[in-house]
Write a new protein. Structure first.
Length: 177
């Protein structure tokens, strides 16, 4: 008995490499992560794709992590015109002006200390929870923070891959039109 794949996973498995690579780049900016996932196609199911994603993230070098983080805007400032960024940071959209100003200040202090944007899987978090997280993480060492960021990227990538698995990119464009 053949199991029917979700539409997005079926598309991903059979898409030309450049299209599949572009879809992965929308999920995570780290080229090595995307290349690792492309190399293991086709995937029997979503679980196999998630496992490959987690393994590829675990193997990213410091440069790969920096590349992955480069695709994420600061919390409280989603990329203009990017519905994924806006949806993921929804918890900040209703925040008070004071909280938004505090997050900007905390983001800048974090970036000064660690040399990169504060990264958290913001899906489902309130503005206050994000603020508390950045406050708590300011005392971490760069090494601790690098591993926290890696774990946050695993969560973000899984959420985004779930969207890919469910709906092929061409279908998304049709639904948004």
């Amino acid at each position: 008995m053949t199991t029917r794949l979700a539409p997005g996973l079926a598309w991903f498995n059979s898409a030309v490499e450049s299209d599949a690579s572009a879809a992965l780049h929308d999920i995570c900016a780290a080229r090595a992560w995307g290349d690792a996932l492309l190399a293991k196609r086709p995937y029997a199911d979503a679980s196999a794709l998630f496992t490959a994603s987690d393994a590829a993230m675990a193997e990213l070098s410091a440069q790969g992590l920096a590349e992955a983080m480069s695709g994420h805007p600061p919390i409280g400032r989603p990329k203009p015109g990017d519905p994924t960024s806006s949806r993921e940071q929804r918890g900040m959209s209703g925040a008070s002006e004071e909280l938004k100003a505090e997050m900007l200040e905390l983001n800048l202090a974090y970036q000064d200390k660690f040399g990169h944007v504060f990264l958290i899987c913001a899906t489902g978090l309130s503005g206050e929870q994000m603020r508390d997280a950045v406050r708590n993480r300011m005392d971490n060492s760069p090494e601790q923070e690098r591993e926290i960021v890696r774990n946050e990227l695993v969560k973000i990538n899984r959420i985004r891959l779930q969207g890919l698995v469910k709906t092929a990119p061409a279908q998304k464009e049709t639904e948004q039109a």
